[in-house]
Design a protein around this ligand. Structure first.
Ligand code: UD1
Length: 421
């Protein structure tokens, strides 16, 4: 077990470079299963979710080379297994992308149900609906999902999602790329990493159009060939550093970002009183004086991301006035961190889907526990902004998604260290 020790109260200052997007990497690496030949994938974050995924692929027979920092060479040509190692699959959420990728490559799959952050009930009925629409016979138990071709074989089809789901959109795209005929996903998610996955697949020879709109079309091709692709910067990692600068009254330059992807976050921070300056691939944030209260509702992209809910809640908890934070994607997400923030002096009342946050003058250091990835990141921000010392436990959650967090924060002047208990 390890924890972070944070001596709070120092405004962040300096420059931070954002890593490749976690949620894009965990979709693109399984997509390499569809490719005959080597993929050179650049800007891959070195985080535990990526390391687990690489172990799973290697266990299935993929050749993996991670010698060059930030680069993964992956060649799945010789993979024959359609049953990835269960214990590893259960360690992360996005391992469910192996279902779509294996269905596309081999027409069958036997994949354990995923683990990862359990901040809410996270059904996969829309993924299953998509696989079935493409002609798969689906066996779903409490332990695993098994897919094989139905009596009429696999064929492209129209799938209209009942809820906007990132995971289902990705999984259906992965399955459809090598399946004959045209697949149309309606009510598709529009997150930047959906577009990134489509760009990766198209670079390797797929025919995917419409990614980033609510209708994605995939025309099945016979095969994909190897190539080189660089993953987009991580919108949520960048948002986390921006929120940390806002909460500590800092002045930082966040490099390697796509400012357009950040608008849903920067517009709220600006409303709260932070000064935001956009450059071509960087954003400066300056925060002087106390932040102002705000009203935020999480929504699928291009709305305010649920993955930034906890971080903005920290900003609200020390802003002047009463803020309202409404969660519309994962209703139970507040329970992962609000009580921890309250132990640091925050005043949060939860009423259904909305948290009413009355800004406190200060937060105070405490021992708190991360219950999921973004909740953990929020507690780190709270510790940086608080008076006194904070210890954040359960940091394995944070390490699932933030590359070199300690190094990056230390370079910004934060007093934070990782303690191995
Ligand atoms: C992805 C992100 C996660 C983010 C979430 C919402 C990855 C690897 N993870 O998770 O960081 O918090 O999007 O932006 O990209 N739903 C169903 N049935 C389904 C699938 C989803 O009802 O089959 C519901 C969910 O319960 C949730 C909503 O749809 O209320 C959105 O979930 P979804 O977009 O699928 O989230 P994930 O892909 O799991």
């Amino acid at each position: 077990m390890a924890r972070y020790e944070i001596h709070g109260g120092t405004p962040l200052n300096g420059t931070v470079t954002i890593s490749g997007a976690k949620n894009a990497a965990v979709a693109i690496l399984p997509a390499a299963l569809l490719v005959s030949g080597q993929c050179r994938i650049e800007n891959v974050p070195d985080i535990s979710d990526v390391r687990i995924l690489l172990s799973i692929l290697e266990g299935m027979g993929a050749k993996i080379d991670t010698t060059e920092p930030g680069v993964v060479l992956v060649d799945c040509t010789d993979v024959t297994s359609t049953c990835p190692q269960q214990e590893l699959v259960r360690k992360m959420r996005a391992s469910y992308y192996l279902m779509g990728a294996l269905l596309g490559r081999f027409g069958k799959a036997h994949v354990a149900l995923p683990g990862g952050c359990n901040f809410a009930s996270r059904p996969i009925d829309q993924h299953i609906k998509g696989f079935a629409a493409l002609g798969a016979d689906v066996e779903e138990t409490d332990d695993y999902v098994a897919l094989q071709p139905g009596s009429n074989g696999l064929c492209g089809n129209r799938v209209s999602l009942d809820v906007v789901s990132v995971g289902a959109t990705v999984n259906i795209m992965l399955a459809a790329v090598l399946i004959p005929g045209q697949t149309v996903i309606e009510n598709a998610a529009k997150e930047p990493h959906i577009v990134d996955l489509a760009n990766f697949l198209n670079t390797m020879g797929a025919h995917v159009s419409g990614a980033g709109t609510d209708t994605v079309k995939i025309r099945g091709v016979e095969s994909l060939k190897g190539g080189t692709y660089a993953i987009i910067p991580d919108q949520i990692e960048a948002g986390t550093y921006l929120a940390a600068a806002a909460a500590t009254g800092g002045n930082i330059l966040v490099k390697n970002v796509i400012p357009k992807h950040m608008e849903c976050i920067t517009s709220k921070l600006a409303e709260m009183g932070a000064e935001i300056i956009d450059y071509d691939d960087a954003i400066r944030i300056r925060s002087n004086g106390r932040l102002r209260h705000a009203t935020v509702k999480t929504r699928p992209y291009p709305g305010f991301p649920t993955d930034m809910q906890a971080q903005i809640c920290v900003c609200m908890s020390i802003a002047s006035g009463v803020s309202r934070l409404t969660e519309s994607v994962y209703e139970t997400r507040f329970f992962g961190y609000c009580s921890e923030l309250e132990s640091m002096g925050a005043d949060i009342q939860i009423s259904g889907k909305t948290a009413i946050v009355t800004g406190s003058e200060k937060l105070y250091g405490a021992t708190v526990s991360a219950n999921d990835l973004r909740a953990g990141a929020a507690l780190v921000i709270a510790g940086l902004a608080a008076e006194g010392t904070t210890w954040v436990k359960n940091i394995h959650y944070v390490e699932r998604g933030y590359e070199k967090l300690i190094d990056k924060l230390t370079a910004l002047g934060a007093q934070i260290r990782r303690i191995e208990d």
